[in-house]
Ligand binder design. Structure first.
Ligand code: GLY
Ligand code: MN
Ligand code: MN
Length: 465
């Protein structure tokens, strides 16, 4: 039972995959589906275009969820009635062992992943025939059905995606532990950056390299997304991934780091923003404290039964209060909110579902439309919160040129702004975002990343050490 394509020391995902299969089948049963088969294709080996250089392999999330299989080019059939899982692996050429080491055997796959059957891909149709599949349920996104062409008339994509999505929305204890591990590796890497960052020293890219190094050496082989390491005004670009500028010279300037790795395919997504010289000051501190109060208000309010969009509205209201107090905006609080003034500074959604994907499945259940108000329209999720849901809480305040140029040219908007104060902040403050990953519990939240310093005193302490 040896193969070079699997790290034998890795903890087996098999028990979780079994639980996940049962959860998905339960959702299907509730939708009236008690027979037929499920059919999914795993991620294929990919190469850089027109080369034979392989792209590092990462399993497709739904396939991983149902199997734990980390080998490329596999397929899955689940017989709904018996719940048996059949994994199909490629027929490996004799050369495979030379370049890649011994390929996984059928016995290895069955033992490692706890599936009842394993066969080669060429035998999928034969298996479907022997199972007398009345229907072949596939994901809506599946396009490549060549392997089961003979079953074209029986294909049904109406139910499986919803069943898998609803199952993935509610994380099990085992999944939460994997997310906690991704959070731990990523949080430690954030702390390493807080300690390493110095005014005028290094580039954003060098700090990105440090983050990835810290994750990689601690088993976080893949980043869950491209790290954002934004110095000074670059923090005003929400998904700034160039990471090419030198770190600011002015010690009061902020560095915004939005980065997280995966552990066993489960994502962390953490943002911390800190002063490059280790001490919060002036307009930078004012902005930071507004965002911190937005996040704290939401973290205290999350519990089962709460609407996610109401959490966004809460953050937006706390932003309005902070911006008023800081003298950036003026007028009656409710009028400011009704006129979408806080959204000029908090232009994105509060957060999103997180799990096997950083922007995880299930943000919008079928039939739930997006809202249209500024800020709210970018919300990645509209759901009633339930225990087991994992979400990010990531409010921010930014001074975005594209938004402010337009706002400052519009007297309908400038009546609510102290233009000189806005211009002053915009000169030096890019943006502040604070992002944690939380699991909704029966009474509130389990904050997987809350231990990563974010209170002013805690960040200053870590940076002075
Ligand atoms: N890191 C991307 C996001 O926060 O959604
Ligand atoms: Mn996020
Ligand atoms: Mn993020």
């Amino acid at each position: 039972m040896t193969t070079a394509s699997v790290n034998p020391s890795r903890r087996s995902y098999a028990p979780l995959a079994r639980e996940n299969r049962q959860k998905v089948l339960k959702h299907l049963e509730q939708a009236g589906i008690t027979s037929g088969v499920l059919y999914l294709t795993g991620m294929k080996t990919e190469e850089r275009k027109w080369t034979d250089c392989e792209v590092p392999f990462r399993q497709e999330s739904n396939f991983f969820y149902l199997t734990g299989v980390t080998e490329p080019d596999c397929h899955l059939v689940i017989d709904v009635a018996s719940q048996d899982a059949h994994v199909f692996i490629p027929k490996f050429s004799e050369d495979h062992a030379l370049w890649m080491g011994p390929p996984p055997t059928e016995t290895f796959i069955k033992e490692r992943y706890g599936v009842q059957h394993c066969d080669v891909v060429d035998n999928i149709v034969k298996t479907l025939e022997s199972l007398k599949a009345s229907k072949v349920h596939i994901l809506e996104q599946e396009k490549d059905l060549a392997a089961i062409g003979a079953f074209k008339d029986k294909i049904d994509s109406s139910a499986l995606s919803t069943a898998v999505t609803e199952a993935r929305m509610i994380k099990s204890k085992g999944e939460i532990e994997l997310m906690r591990r991704a959070a731990k590796i990523s949080g430690d890497a954030h702390i390493a950056l807080m300690k390493a960052a110095k005014p005028g020293k290094d580039t954003e890219r060098q700090l990105q390299a440090l983050f990835e190094y810290e994750c990689f050496r601690n088993d976080g082989r893949y980043q869950a997304y491209t790290p954002i390491v934004a110095s000074g005004r670059n923090g005003s670009v929400l998904h700034y991934i160039d990471n090419t500028d030198p770190i600011a010279q002015d010690k009061r300037d902020l560095l915004l780091v939005d980065a997280g790795c995966e552990y066993e395919c489960y994502a962390a997504d953490i943002t911390r923003t800190f002063p490059i010289g280790g001490k919060f000051e002036g307009d930078w501190k004012t902005t930071y404290e507004i965002v911190l109060s937005m996040q704290n208000a939401v973290l205290a309010a999350i519990k089962p039964g709460v609407e996610w969009e109401d959490m966004h509205k809460l953050a937006n209201r706390v932003a309005a209060e902070g911006l008023l107090k800081a003298g950036l905006i003026k007028g009656d609080l409710d009028t400011l909110i009704a006129n979408h003034i806080p959204a000029l500074f908090f232009p994105h959604g509060l957060g999103h579902s997180i799990g096997l994907d950083v922007h995880d499945v299930g943000g919008y259940p079928k039939g739930v439309p997006r809202l249209t108000d500024p800020g709210l329209k970018y919300l990645r999720m509209r759901r009633t919160l339930k225990p087991g849901m994992a979400v990010t809480v990531e409010p921010g305040i930014y001074f975005v040129d594209a938004i402010l140029d337009k706002a400052l040219a519009d007297s309908n908007v400038t009546q609510y702004l102290d233009v000189e104060v806005v211009k002053r902040f915009r000169k030096t403050v890019g943006g502040v975002r604070i992002e944690d990953d939380v699991v909704v519990t029966e009474t509130g939240v389990d904050n997987l990343t809350g231990w990563v310093p974010k209170e002013v005193a805690d960040i200053e302490k870590v940076m002075s050490a």
